[in-house]
Design a protein around this ligand. Structure first.
Ligand code: 4AD
Ligand code: MG
Length: 461
């Protein structure tokens, strides 16, 4: 079956070229002498117009060509006389591969995002979601391009694990035990020795701990894969299943980590503007997204930097009233993050050196004994997009921190051994990939930047 994609045709096609195209129908307009059919096959933001003359012996086949139908067309490419498109296809023959009845929910334009979320299996056929998913694809490739060009090696870390990296307890259990007949010991506690792995296991919240082991053998590495969090957050920034990009560098400090994060994001902003101009222009027009110029401009600007302590001072001194009063020792709330990015700096900000009690056990304790070598990258509209740190590389301090956090040390002897056997300063971060897609596309809800979102009470499709 000849399978020419519309994106390729529009790029390489020649006047007078014969083509076979498979696509879905967006709309049909039939008049006495001629019919116009607009199609889109998902390869590009641009629709393609088909023109069919009523003298064509196949003209009566058009009766079955309705919005949403899948068709195959043989025709000839011609420079378009009409407005709004450079090319059109003059149809010789048309075959309906899949009819589409009137119940098709995408009959007209202008559905709400909420409605489209209910039909996630079809929403990829709209201009909006086609654009978002193509940008998502391009961003994925840019992640690999950036790290590969710097000789970071892509490592695959496990999805099933027995360790809790963030220590926040937001875990999805993985078990083959019969939930109706759980084996229990004398004290009534579930006996996970009888479970599949012989111990309690769950889906990973981050690939970092394994990533550290790989960095301490291969130097610079990154993971890019799905992570899972069972936090009951029904917000526009949280998913239960999301993708994370986690670089980890051996022989590196917090400073190196910040430089990497900034160069990474600025590379992405510059390149995505080049790769997806049609998509970004469409999203800019319809969703108050940044213009392509503004996205490009981001790549030229350095990020602001401020310590957590100074940021809290800034928040307290501001005239802004917050729902949640800022205070040293309390984690920055989304409203605080947004105030810093949208009001104070008006650009991405890196906040460093958070209090040790509100960050994870593995972050390197600073000399003040009160803060850790952490950094979060905050961006306008979204807030935190990256969280990272230099890692605690001193065995004794690490053990003490694990105790403070009541981390199951027995489960992490391998992690502690990394410090014992040729330990080295190292650092890394995690980028929430969907938050990046949100930032670049301007989509307000994180459920609209992944094809099939998972969230509390949401596992359809
Ligand atoms: O700040 P987090 O929790 O950091 C870590 O997991 C580290 N282990 C990363 C590392 O240093 N290797 O998560 C990293 C990022 C956040 O900044 C946020 O962008 C995103 O992951 N994130 C989520 N995205 C969508 N839904 C959720 N529930 C998210 N939780 C975190
Ligand atoms: Mg974080």
């Amino acid at each position: 079956m000849a399978r020419e994609r519309i994106a390729t045709i529009l790029k390489n096609g020649r006047d007078g070229q014969s083509l076979t195209i498979n696509s879905w129908v967006r709309s049909k307009r039939v008049s006495k002498n001629v019919a116009f059919i607009v199609i889109n096959d998902g390869s590009t933001q641009k629709d393609l117009q088909l023109v069919m003359d009523s003298a064509n012996p196949n003209f009566d086949k058009l009766a079955q060509v309705s919005t949403g139908a899948a068709i195959r067309v043989d025709g000839v490419m011609k420079a378009s006389q009409g407005k709004g498109q450079e090319w059109e296809i003059h149809v010789d023959n048309i075959e309906v591969l899949g009819t589409c009845p009137e119940e098709y929910p995408l009959q007209k334009k202008g559905h709400t995002l909420e409605f489209l979320r209910e039909i996630a299996h079809l929403r990829g056929r709209t201009n909006t979601f086609g654009a978002v998913f193509r940008v998502r694809n391009a961003l994925s490739m840019l992640v690999h391009e950036f790290f590969q060009s710097r000789h970071f090696q892509w490592v695959h870390t496990p999805i099933i694990t027995a360790a809790d990296c963030e220590g926040a307890g937001e875990l999805f259990k993985v078990t083959t035990l019969d939930l109706d007949k759980l084996p229990r010991d004398a004290k009534g506690i579930i006996d996970f020795k009888q479970d599949f792995f012989g111990k309690s296991a769950h889906l990973t919240v981050s690939g970092q701990l394994n990533g550290e082991a790989m960095a301490l053998s291969m130097g610079d590495v990154y993971t890019f894969g799905p992570t899972f969090r069972a936090e009951n957050s029904n917000t526009t920034r949280h998913l239960s299943e999301f993708w994370m990009v986690e670089p980890e560098m051996a022989f590196a400090t917090l400073h190196d980590d910040m430089v990497l994060a900034e160069e990474f994001l600025r590379f992405i902003f510059r390149e995505i503007a080049e790769r997806c101009p049609d998509e970004l222009e469409f999203l800019g027009q319809h969703y108050k997204n940044m213009s392509i110029e503004q996205i490009k401009e981001l790549s030229h600007q350095s990020f602001a930097r401020i310590s957590y302590t100074d940021a809290v001072k800034e928040l307290i001194q501001s005239k802004q009233t917050f729902d949640f009063a800022p205070a040293w020792g309390i984690d920055l709330q989304t409203e605080h993050e947004r105030f810093l990015t949208d009001q104070v700096f008006k650009k991405p900000v890196i906040v460093t050196d958070y209090p040790k009690d509100i960050k994870a056990f593995y972050m390197r304790l600073n000399n003040d004994g009160k803060t850790v070598a952490a950094m979060d990258v905050l961006v306008p509209r979204i807030g935190e997009i990256i969280g990272g740190s230099q890692r605690e590389d001193r065995v004794d301090v690490l053990k003490q921190r694990m105790e403070e956090f009541k981390i199951n040390a027995a489960e992490l002897t391998w992690y502690t051994e990394l410090r014992l056997f040729g330990g080295a300063p190292h650092a890394g971060f995690g980028l929430g990939f969907e938050r990046l897609v949100q930032y670049v596309t301007g989509m307000g809800n994180i459920r609209d930047v992944i094809p099939f979102p998972r969230y509390p009470a949401g596992v359809s499709f």
